[in-house]
Design a binder for this molecule. Structure first.
Ligand SMILES: Cc1cc2nc3c(=O)[nH]c(=O)nc-3n(C[C@H](O)[C@H](O)[C@H](O)COP(=O)(O)OP(=O)(O)OC[C@H]3O[C@@H](n4cnc5c(N)ncnc54)[C@H](O)[C@@H]3O)c2cc1C
Ligand code: SF4
Length: 444
């Protein structure tokens, strides 16, 4: 029997399993073939298409849409996967509303873009459902490459290198591959264990070994990898989390949003996952929205996102902000946390109003309190565990060109490397481009 949304504290089973399953249904369900045909028909097949320029992986979007339109979904998938081997996941998670679909001429003219993301999903789902892997390895080169981290950047790099005939070993700290595709992306974007299925499909290229539980910094050293392999690619993501810097942030009920989402993604039964009655999420990016929306879908009664700046500065796109609002999440702007109150466990959060002048944020001194038995910190991830010999650029690994680090023979890409947006598609592009550069460098 479900406990209901008003049960006090952080408890499991607020909603019935059936309600939770319905809540976590696919955000953008797959097209049926006739829907895909209708959607493809809307494309003008523009010359010099702005949607392509807006895609970080440069997929030939008009070509793949034309292939769908003419009934060749598997050829369309090949066009996509040539550029983006995780095109299936990107079709589910890309903020298309700020990338290809924002640039689409039909968005500019009519406010209704061609639904590129859903068409991409249609094509890539077709090829995966058929169990086809449309790439073959080149003859072995005898070269070996170590990839550290099996997230989107590492997987994309490994696949490209394997295709070019190199042997790749991925050292992955966790027991499961996929990185944030497996542990971070919202459950309603990656349903039916898609992340794991996609990794299995990607590995069909051959020549890639994943060593789970093998972590750089825990027995594995950069020097050791440089000695043992012809090249090294670092794709360790951002494992650390910024501190809230609010009094009482160590109280029970205060947690990193990313950990909560990882638990959620790995839960066999979502109704068994505890969630607060009054949840407050601190932050303004995708992670904040994902933690808030998923808390609401698990049955929290009141969920608030508290962001220190105005709506226009939020990292989450307008689509995501609207998604949160449509699920009943309240958005509060221009407030920052100053204290978490409660005797041992959180019961309230105190927020101070902010004002900003010339980009500088200051507290006004005026505060307000919200009931909060669960507080999620979603204020950004930080680089953790990067080898000390690597030069940094700000708080990330410094790179030049296609991911070359300051250490000879070592490349880096994805979230851990400086430059670029922290998005799945950017990580894939950087992994792929680093692989091509590594390939050229190994030719000597
Ligand atoms: C909650 C959340 C939601 C997101 N939602 C979206 C979204 O909807 N759309 C989108 O485009 N982007 C989203 N992102 C961003 C996206 O997930 C990342 O940009 C992307 O996963 C970065 O890929 P990566 O390969 O660089 O790193 P990661 O995916 O973080 O992978 C890094 C891998 O390295 C491993 N690792 C770390 N340290 C070591 C070590 N020392 N030794 C060995 N292995 C190690 C990790 O275990 C992990 O598997 C989201 C991010 C978060 C946190
Ligand atoms: S901009 Fe829009 S209409 Fe033009 S090719 Fe791209 S998807 Fe088609």
């Amino acid at each position: 029997m479900a406990q209901g949304q008003t049960a006090p504290g952080i408890v499991s089973g607020r909603l019935s399993s059936e309600d939770i399953a319905a809540n976590f249904d696919d955000l953008h369900p797959a097209y049926a073939p006739h829907e895909a045909a209708v959607a493809a028909d809307r494309c003008y097949f523009c010359y010099d298409a702005p949607c392509v320029t807006a895609c970080p992986t440069d997929i030939d979007i008009p070509l793949f849409i034309r292939q769908i339109q003419t009934g060749h979904a598997q050829a369309a998938a090949k066009t996509i996967l040539d550029q983006n081997i995780l095109g299936g996941m990107c079709a589910r998670v890309c903020p298309t509303e700020t990338l290809c679909e924002e640039a689409c001429v039909r968005e500019t003219a009519e406010g209704k873009p061609v639904e590129i993301g859903r068409l991409q999903r249609y094509a890539t789902d077709t090829v995966m459902a058929a169990g086809v892997h449309p790439f073959e390895r080149a003859a072995s080169t005898g070269k070996t490459v170590a990839v550290v981290g099996a997230g989107p950047a590492g997987l994309a790099c490994a696949h490209r290198l394997a295709m070019l005939g190199h042997d790749v070993v991925i050292h992955e700290a966790r027991e499961k591959a996929g990185g944030l595709n497996e542990f971070g992306i919202a459950a309603y974007k990656s349903t039916e264990n898609y992340a794991e299925a996609e990794v299995d499909w990607l590995l069909k290229i051959g020549g890639i070994t994943i060593e789970n539980g093998s972590a750089l910094g825990r027995g594995v050293t950069l020097d050791g990898l440089r000695d043992a392999y012809d090249a090294v690619f670092l794709s360790i993501g951002l494992g650390g989390v910024n501190a809230l810097r609010a009094e009482g942030e160590d109280k029970d009920g205060v947690r990193d949003a990313v950990d909560f989402i990882a638990d959620l993604r790995q839960a066999a039964d979502l109704s068994a996952l505890p969630v607060g009655r009054n949840v407050v999420v601190i932050g303004g990016g995708m992670t904040a929205v994902d933690a808030a929306v998923q808390s609401k879908l698990l049955g929290a009664e009141n969920v608030t996102i508290a962001y220190r700046r105005g709506r226009e500065a939020m990292g989450a796109s307008r689509f995501e902000q609207d998604l949160a609002a449509s699920k009943g999440v309240k958005l509060m702007f221009n407030v920052q946390p100053v204290a978490v109150h409660g005797n041992g466990a959180a019961t309230e959060i105190e927020l101070e109003y902010t004002s900003s002048a010339g980009g500088e944020l200051t507290g006004t001194g005026e505060t307000t309190r919200l009931a909060a038995d669960q507080v999620f910190k979603a204020i950004g991830q930080t680089l953790e565990g990067a080898p000390s010999e690597l030069a940094l650029d700000g708080r990330k690994i410094a790179v030049t060109g296609a991911g070359r680090t300051s250490v000879n023979g070592v490349w880096a890409g994805g979230d851990c490397a400086a430059g670029g947006d922290d998005l799945t598609v950017t990580a894939v592009a950087e992994g792929r481009d680093a692989a091509m550069d590594i390939h050229e460098a190994m030719k000597g």
